[in-house]
Design a protein around this ligand. Structure first.
Ligand code: PMP
Length: 438
């Protein structure tokens, strides 16, 4: 039990601070500076230099991928760098809040409720979006949905008919591609760049294919972690206006940014072209299934009707728990806590990648969210690597899942919501496997 003199520790922090590696926050302690983590040596490549993807067929269903991740969740000792599970909130807080929330289960929560969601929660969400996102919205612009996934599906079905063209980023969230395919849409994958989707290609395809919807994850993009720049957002909206093409802005990772991010595209939407969706899944509890849409103008009522036709409304109990959590004042504190923990884990992952991954690999350095994206220049048997990693109790997601055609692009998505120790072990296993096959 070696003891270190406190003064030595304080002195050490002083040296780290002078080097810009940590900064002191009064009353809170020392924090690792996100900018102190070295960027990867090679200029990161975010996606293979592919052209626009118009898929013919896909091989792996969303259902199988989802079932797989549920299985990984239940197995003991598995390091999950694959699926998008968030960190859970303090269970004590949660229990207390949930108990309080359901206190009036026999009265207010007992009956059916409005399809657009409970008034009190819509009010809280509107307020939160004002302070957190700079969105000028009111209670009457909010529709509470069963996770953002339901919002995504409702909006896609509202704007898109079978056979219509739809633009997505490539790579993008595989759950969105699955919905589009299921409804018979034809998907166009526009390559992602470091600042958002390639706008020249977007413009070209808006002109040639007249798509019915653009789907974008503008902030902390799943799977790459990229945040679309301010300039890019502005231009994307201008193009959408020019071609009268609605935008679905999916902000599932809102509130999980380490440093400030630009306001959502919805904040500069003057023609009601943008539908915005958000969720409490990534910050609180995915199991409660509470998300929301921000809808303005003439689209509000038809979308509420669709929600009603779909499942009447989100569980009143789930809504009440979220509402109580927001009212308790714990939410901001919890977000700060999540950001600090996620930042530490992201940094641990970056350090482990430098240490264990082959030189040829490059990766994104996300400003928040849960994922980073690793790209490998040569073709590797990624599915085989994934299976071998599972045998060693490490789960990752193959990059090909996130491309509209699911072809074997050599990339992987890594989730950094595990502890730094788990991350170190998981990355060392993956690094060894990659080196074996390179
Ligand atoms: N959008 C994106 C980009 C996601 O990553 C996810 C979950 N992985 C969702 C939507 C759906 O999340 P939920 O329905 O739990 O809000």
């Amino acid at each position: 039990n070696a003891q270190v003199n406190k003064l030595t520790v304080i002195e050490a922090y002083g040296v780290l601070e002078a080097d810009g590696l940590v900064s002191a926050r009064q009353g809170a302690g020392y924090f690792v500076n996100s900018s102190s983590i070295p960027a990867p040596q090679s200029e990161p490549t975010f996606a293979p230099a592919q052209d626009v993807i118009i898929p013919q067929q896909r091989s792996i269903s969303f259902f199988d991928v989802y079932a797989d991740s549920m299985l990984a969740q239940t197995q003991k000792g598995v390091i999950n760098l694959g699926c998008g599970f968030p960190r859970p909130p303090e269970s004590e807080d949660l229990r207390r809040i949930a108990r309080r929330a359901i206190a009036d289960i026999d009265t207010a929560l007992f009956n059916y409720d409005l399809p657009q969601g409970r008034l009190v929660l819509r009010k809280q969400i509107a307020q939160m979006l004002v302070w957190q996102q700079g969105l000028q919205v009111s209670t009457d612009n909010i529709i509470i949905t069963s996770g953002s996934k339901q919002g995504l599906s409702l909006v896609m079905h509202y704007y898109v008919q079978p056979g219509d063209w739809v633009i997505v980023e490539s790579p993008t969230y595989h759950g969105a591609i699955a919905v589009l395919e299921n409804l018979g849409a034809r998907v166009i994958g526009i390559p992602m760049t470091a600042t958002g989707m390639n706008l020249e290609l977007l413009e070209q395809y808006l002109g040639s294919h007249r798509p019915k919807l653009i789907y974008t994850i503008s902030t902390l993009h799943n799977p790459t972690g990229i945040t679309t720049s301010q300039v890019h957002r502005q231009r994307l909206l201008e193009l959408a206006e020019q071609y009268a093409c609605p935008i679905l802005e999916d902000n599932a990772y809102e509130g999980l940014n380490f440093e400030p991010v630009p306001a959502p595209i919805k904040a500069i939407d003057r023609q009601d072209l943008v539908t915005y969706i958000g969720t409490f899944s990534k910050t609180l509890m995915p199991g409660l299934r509470v998300g929301y849409m921000v809808v303005t103008g003439k689209h509000y009522r038809p979308l509420v009707e669709r929600k009603l036709l779909n499942d009447l409304h989100v569980s009143t109990v789930s809504q009440a728990i979220i509402s109580e959590y927001l009212a308790s004042g714990h939410y901001r504190r919890h977000l700060n806590h999540l950001r600090t923990e996620n930042l530490q884990s992201r940094n641990a992952m970056l350090q482990a990648l430098e240490r264990y991954f082959p030189q040829e690999a490059s990766w994104t350095v996300p400003n928040g969210g849960l994922f980073l994206w690793v790209h490998l220049p040569s073709q590797l048997p990624m599915e085989m690597i994934r299976q071998e990693a599972i045998a060693q109790k490490v789960v990752m997601s193959c990059g090909s899942l996130f491309f509209p055609d699911q072809k074997g692009y050599t990339a992987m998505r890594l989730n950094y919501s595990s502890t730094p120790a788990e991350i170190e072990r998981g990355i060392s296993v993956l690094g060894q496997l990659l080196k074996k096959y390179l």
